[in-house]
Design a protein around this ligand. Structure first.
Ligand code: AHR
Length: 491
């Protein structure tokens, strides 16, 4: 087995990993909100004010820092006033993007903020630029965050919420270059300036305003937005999905070949080049890095599961997704001096979900366990790690086989995560380290392994055997795995 030496340099700490890099995204799409999170107060599934207890309980363990809602494409056809007041009086609308199903608006502003409070997550609301008005957006912000005796705040009070909520993050449109209105960047830059003018701060609330950013490699979008609107924005977003063979999404989430494994790894690692390219543009306009970059949609996108409703984007989640998730989070750590938030798509039952449900049953996916194992990176300082990265070669397609990221927290504890992107090769690791560490490993014998409702714990973390000898920690990094090593306070 190949041996790899690993060294950490605790004397030259890098930037802080913004906890919001571990953010999530929930859209009105398929069974993401309805069934996945919201079952209603009358449901036989145990719930708190309509929000299912099992899912909320599992999500609370992830310490989700921020949750983006209501879309996605849905955000630009969402009219928030339809989703407040007595539920039985709320109008139904058609969800034209996702299956043309009827949306009954039972999950609206109050339910979303309730969910955030239960999760302990900061809310990130995405406003409607594509089919909504400036007035509508302005009134939504007032409804949520005003503490005055104003018409919208009074309406909120009549609907049962006396105190304003904190509204820390607000997105001015979603994918305005596509489903959000098919705009050119010059046009959107002006629209952003106009809508954003009316996103007001009420009382002590300070809204971080996020401009809709580019579709993956569209550097021109970033160029124009930074040129024309950087003074008005706090952050600019970016969307990038890991696809198996380009658009449209192809390939199964659980039945794939070694070549497809390698294509997905290459696509995931592309995130690094993408960030370098967009950040280089941002640096030209904003060398002081005042504008944050938010990758507010990312993750794998495969074909829907064969027996699921088309348009609902329900896909299973395997060891491959876990490897993609950890490698991608490492890339965000590397760019932590510009990337201030990232939101994996999507929370429950949609795309690279952390939770899947089936009626009253639920399971944690391999991606869930990655967020669980890596959560202590939130808020840590990046510790440079040195090693000779092995290369994986599958049919002539080469990519780095190993990714490592380490952080140190405020009390001096360290978390190191390692990803083996090679589907066939184990590595023997030798880390120069003399403090006791606790190791966890997430893997399975098969690269396509995934959790099912019959075997919900097939892919879940287990203790990693670590042997310590004269100032080194030795352990195996198995093929297609994610490993963490942690020191704990007092050790
Ligand atoms: O996450 C699914 C969709 O992907 C979102 O609605 C949209 O913003 C993106 O194209």
């Amino acid at each position: 087995m190949k041996q790899i030496e690993l060294r950490l340099d605790l004397n030259s700490l890098g930037p802080t990993v913004d906890p919001n890099i571990y953010g999530h995204f929930a859209e009105h799409l398929g069974r993401g909100i309805y069934e996945g999170l919201w079952v209603g107060e009358e449901s036989s599934i145990p719930n708190t004010r309509g929000l299912r207890d099992d899912v909320v309980g599992a999500l609370r363990e992830l310490k989700i820092p921020v949750l983006r809602w209501p879309g996605g494409c849905f955000a630009d056809e969402y009219h928030w006033k339809d989703g407040v007041g007595p539920r039985e009086q709320r109008p139904s609308i058609l969800n034209t993007h996702w299956g043309r199903v009827v949306e009954n608006n039972h999950f609206g502003t109050h339910e979303f903020f309730d969910l955030c409070e239960l999760l302990g997550a900061k809310p990130y609301v995405c406003g409607n630029v594509g089919s909504g008005t400036v007035q509508e957006m302005m009134e939504w912000v007032e409804y949520i965050s005003s503490d005055s005796m104003s018409p919208m705040a009074d309406w909120r009070r009549r609907n049962g919420r006396e105190q304003p909520w904190k509204l820390p993050f607000f997105g001015v449109g979603n994918e305005s270059w596509g489903c959000g209105g098919n705009m050119r960047p010059e046009y959107y830059a002006d629209e952003f300036r106009r809508y954003n003018t009316f996103v007001k701060n009420y009382g002590g609330n300070r809204v971080y305003r996020i401009a809709c950013g580019a579709n993956s490699h569209d550097l021109q979008w970033t160029e124009v937005l930074m040129d024309r609107a950087r003074e008005q924005m706090d952050g600019l977003s970016l969307h990038y999905y890991t696809l198996c063979a380009g658009w449209p999404p192809q390939g199964s989430a659980t039945r794939f070949t070694l070549e497809e494994w390698s294509a997905v790894m290459a696509a995931a690692l592309e995130m690094d080049r993408l960030l370098c390219d967009h950040i280089a543009i941002m640096d030209r306009y904003d060398p002081e890095r005042k504008v944050g970059l938010l990758v507010d949609e990312w993750g794998t996108w495969f074909e829907c599961e064969p027996d699921s409703t088309p348009g609902f984007l329900y896909q299973q989640n395997s060891v491959r997704d876990a490897v993609v998730a950890a490698a991608t989070l490492h890339i965000f750590h590397r760019h932590a001096d510009r990337v201030v938030m990232a939101n994996i798509a999507q929370l429950v039952n949609v795309l690279q979900a952390v939770i899947l449900t089936d009626g009253p049953r639920m399971l944690r996916t391999p991606t869930y366990w990655v967020f669980q194992m890596l959560q202590r990176h939130q808020g840590g300082r990046v510790v440079p790690a040195a090693f000779d990265a092995p290369v994986c070669d599958i049919g002539g397609k080469k990519f780095p086989a190993m990714s490592v990221s380490a952080t140190q927290d405020a009390v001096g504890d360290m978390l190191m995560s390692l990803v083996n992107l090679d589907p066939s090769q184990d590595y023997e690791l030798r880390l120069e380290w003399d403090t006791p560490v606790r190791g966890l490993v997430l893997s399975a014998p098969d690269m396509t392994a995934h959790n099912t409702f019959e075997r919900p714990d097939l892919v879940s973390p287990s203790e990693l055997e670590v042997t310590s000898t004269s100032g080194t920690a030795n352990f195996t990094l198995p093929r297609h795995s994610v490993v963490t090593l942690a020191t704990s306070a007092g050790s």
